[in-house]
Write a protein that binds this ligand. Structure first.
Ligand code: ZN
Length: 368
């Protein structure tokens, strides 16, 4: 396949390309969840079950005749999604498909035609995964609150220095001042072999990186200077066996105790679901074999999952919908509905991985 055929598939041929689309197959092939969901949205509109097959056929023919690009098809379906009435949706789809010209022209018309398209942005805050030790924070809030914030941050700004970096500096000073946001107390679990730890204690740990269970990392040297000076911050160690994983405990109570939770987090320092950045400290501790099905509260049956991914996990093996978590070779891994295992590699410092370079996705499923 060359570039021309790719362009053909993504532009004029988009509607035909999607005919046999299969979301699970796309995910198995490594497509991102977001893209797979977008393509599925389009596939369902043009090829899925419908109460008005003639309108659906008309839409397909129009998309083909106008050579509507994949990006446009996705955008149209996203805009139509909130519209509950089928007839209105079918009609608007045909109108939007007739828009000639650029992607921008489509955006403009969609904004004009669709009810509520000009509604205010939802008030919310989003936080990105780490990149080179930094994270991006974006929020939408009432303009009054933001104006007050901006006013406060602009005090004592030096006009000779760049504004943006000063705003950030003042913002951080503000949230840390007077009983504001506390500095998190990192609890690095000892996920490194003992000799490495000895190097840190000797002050030779500049290049040793520890994974923290809030999803960030710290070098051995930083840990030493910042945290071991304080006797309240005790080091927690978790013992790992090369193939069995963290040390086992037995089913005693429904809820994992602190030590079991710590071991589960040390094995998997972020949510087990692929590409989810949620730190294990903010996760729920999930029973891989459900408690109600006799699953034990022991380390080999526990995995951190964020609230959302815990809700969508297929707890019952016979009800396969969204995939589920399995323990493979001592570490948890997400397995797609078709049985394709994918590890969450956003955070590289899980115990089994950093100690033994273990990838649970490469361990075949145990025959049951
Ligand atoms: Zn998650």
């Amino acid at each position: 396949m060359n570039f021309n055929s790719v362009m053909q598939a993504l532009s004029g041929g988009a509607i035909d390309m999607l005919e046999g689309f299969d979301r699970e197959a796309a995910l198995d092939a490594g497509m991102s969840q977001a893209t797979a969901n977008n393509w599925k949205l389009v596939h369902e509109a043009y090829y899925g079950p419908t109460t008005s097959p003639s309108k659906q056929r008309q839409a397909r023919e129009k998309a083909r005749a106008e050579g509507v690009s994949l990006d446009k098809l996705v955008h149209i379906e996203k805009k139509l999604k909130p519209i509950k009435n089928n007839r209105t949706r079918n009609k608007l789809r045909l109108t939007l498909l007739s828009v000639r010209g650029t992607y921008k022209a489509l955006l403009a018309l969609a904004r004009k035609l669709l009810p509520g398209a000009d509604k205010p942005p939802e008030k919310k805050m989003t936080i990105s995964p780490s990149r080179h030790g930094r994270r991006r924070v974006v929020f939408w809030a009432d303009e009054r609150d933001v104006a007050d914030l901006e006013h406060a941050l602009l005090q004592k700004v030096d006009p000779d220095l760049p504004l943006a970096s000063q705003l950030l500096e003042h913002f951080l000073a503000l949230i840390r001042s007077g009983g504001g946001v506390p500095h998190a107390v990192p609890r690095p679990q000892l996920l490194i072999p003992l000799p490495e730890w000895v190097r840190i204690i000797r002050g030779e740990g500049d290049d040793v990186v520890l994974g923290l269970t809030d999803g960030t990392t710290i070098t051995g040297a930083d840990f030493l200077t910042t945290h071991t000076a304080n006797p309240d911050n005790e080091l927690e160690a978790v013992v790992f066996h090369p193939t069995e994983g963290a040390v086992n405990q037995y089913r005693l109570e429904r809820f994992a105790n602190a030590k079991q939770r710590d071991m589960a987090r040390a094995t998997q320092p972020i949510c087990t679901s692929p590409d989810c950045r949620r730190g294990a400290d903010q996760c729920e501790i999930h029973h891989i074999k459900a408690w109600k099905n006799g699953g034990e509260t022991n380390v080999n049956n526990l995995a951190p999952l964020c609230r959302y991914h815990n809700r969508v996990n297929d707890d019952d093996a016979h009800l396969v919908r969204r995939g589920h978590v399995e323990m493979r070779g001592g570490a948890p891994v997400w397995v797609s509905p078709r049985g394709f295992a994918r590890a969450n590699k956003l955070h590289p410092f899980g115990g089994m991985r950093s100690l033994f370079n273990h990838d649970p996705a490469k361990v075949p499923a145990r025959a049951s």
